[in-house]
Design a protein around this ligand. Structure first.
Ligand SMILES: Cc1cc2nc3c(=O)[nH]c(=O)nc-3n(C[C@H](O)[C@H](O)[C@H](O)COP(=O)(O)OP(=O)(O)OC[C@H]3O[C@@H](n4cnc5c(N)ncnc54)[C@H](O)[C@@H]3O)c2cc1C
Length: 410
């Protein structure tokens, strides 16, 4: 290794094809795909042991399909519990049931399992990246107290609010500030070995409560509750202090639906901003996942958006750039301008606004829309009890008719 002067101090450098800063879900998935494609990849994250942070804990539908397409579902399923049937409840009674493969997991365990499955040509480096210098042909990554890394391409998968972006002049435009609050906790059945349903979604009733998912994760039953309420609302305080009573007040007959229960351990909470990176069309560097655009957790679409970033970047754009040995901003622009990526980014924003309106908006248009939505679901469910074939036809018809916001997993 050559000894070079950089960032004002002598360092040893390691060279790689692609350096990925950020070993959360998006960075680790990208490293898997690029490593399998034969590139020399260095994945850098500040955490050797991933902390138990509250992030996505359940995936389904198109997220499962995308992971399967990318041959990554095996590692995901090893760290998760699979389930298919979800019972939907609204205003104290069953709305309908949906069926499709889902997986429940804890985020840190999932990312650890993916890291364990990284191919041999991916080097995993633990450390805090504290400086980057980028250009059309060479990128320099400085890690606190460690050797410098040089790479042909730099991928930033650093999640929300990383300071490296500032070094590069990348800013984050907030499109929805502190809008939705996600709460996560574990539930245990009382007087029974298990709950009545493996998974259940309880839909809110336009009072700022969006929905609550109950689903299995390894060793526990987990609840994810999504609300659009001011975090200073006394209701939030009472949820932390006496969660069971507070839940009973907003979700009538919850105990009848699942059986008696208690809440075990702490209630995690996360207040979300939606931000989009600006000025990121630069030589030699690309942003993926939340580092590019964060999502409203209530839409449950963050993973779909990041999977689109990872899939388009790693299977379409990087192979072209590598073949042409060109990483200037005009080439990089093709990734940000990718029509499939743009559609997925726009859908995530559209869905965030849609869910907020469904949960909070009391004007006539939204009240009617909400009523029609739940009436239609109840009607199809009633038909399904009489004729499953006819219900399936109605379902397909509705899917074709309803525009994209209905694609939210919730
Ligand atoms: C509460 C909550 C609930 C959610 N629920 C859902 C859901 O139900 N469905 C869904 O689809 N999506 C959901 N999401 C969204 C989803 O969790 C995120 O989109 C996803 O986790 C983003 O992954 P990421 O890899 O981009 O970022 P992160 O997971 O944040 O990873 C970033 C990584 O970068 C590392 N890093 C940052 N800076 C540096 C540095 N300078 N040096 C070294 N390492 C660095 C960090 O250590 C971290 O490991 C939810 C999000 C939240 C917050």
């Amino acid at each position: 290794m050559t000894i070079k002067q950089s960032f004002g101090r002598p360092v040893t450098e390691t060279d790689t094809d692609i350096a990925i800063v950020g070993g959360g879900l998006s960075g680790t998935l990208a490293a898997c795909i690029l490593g399998r494609a034969g590139y020399r990849v260095t994945l850098i994250d500040r955490h050797r042991v991933i902390p138990e942070e509250f992030r996505v804990e359940k995936i389904g539908a198109e997220q499962v399909a995308a992971l399967q397409r990318l041959r990554l579902l095996g590692s995901v399923s090893a760290a998760a519990v699979a389930f298919d049937d979800v019972v939907h409840v609204h205003k104290g009674s069953i709305l309908d049931r949906t069926n499709g493969r889902h997986f429940g997991f804890r985020y840190n365990k999932l990312v650890s399992a993916l890291r364990a499955a990284l191919p041999a040509n991916v080097s995993l480096v633990f450390g805090q990246v504290n400086g980057v210098q980028t250009g059309a042909s060479r990128q320099r990554i400085s890690i606190l107290g460690q050797d410098e890394i040089t790479a042909r391409l730099l991928v930033l998968a650093t999640g929300i609010g990383d300071i490296l972006h500032r070094d590069l002049g990348i800013s984050h435009r907030s499109v929805a500030e502190k809008r939705s609050l996600a709460l996560g906790f574990n539930l245990s059945p009382i007087g029974a070995k298990s709950f009545r349903h493996v998974a259940l979604t309880y839909h809110g009733a336009s009072d700022g409560i969006d929905h609550m998912n109950l689903f299995p994760v390894p060793g526990d039953t987990r609840a994810n509750l999504f609300v659009f309420r001011d975090p200073r609302d006394p209701w939030i305080k009472s949820l932390h202090e006496s969660p069971k009573d507070t839940l009973a007040a907003i979700f009538p007959s919850l105990s009848e639906a699942i059986g008696d229960f208690e809440i075990v351990g702490a209630v995690d909470s996360w207040l979300s901003d939606i931000t989009i990176a600006e000025n990121c069309q630069q030589d030699g560097v690309v942003l993926i996942g939340d580092a590019f655009q964060s999502s409203c957790p209530a839409t449950e679409i963050g993973v779909s958006r990041l999977l689109m970033d990872v899939e388009r970047l790693c299977t379409v754009h990087i192979p072209q750039w590598m073949a042409a040995s060109a990483f200037d901003r005009t080439k990089i622009a093709a990734y940000y301008g990718d029509p499939q990526k743009q559609e997925s980014d726009a859908l995530a924003l559209q869905l965030a606004a849609h869910r907020r309106n469904l949960a909070t908006n009391t004007d006539l248009r939204w009240r009617t829309r909400r009523q029609i939505h739940f009436l239609r679901r109840r009607a199809v469910h009633a038909v399904a009890n009489l004729s499953p074939a006819l219900a399936e036809k109605l379902h397909r018809l509705a899917e074709r008719h309803v525009k994209s916001p209905a694609r939210s997993p919730a």
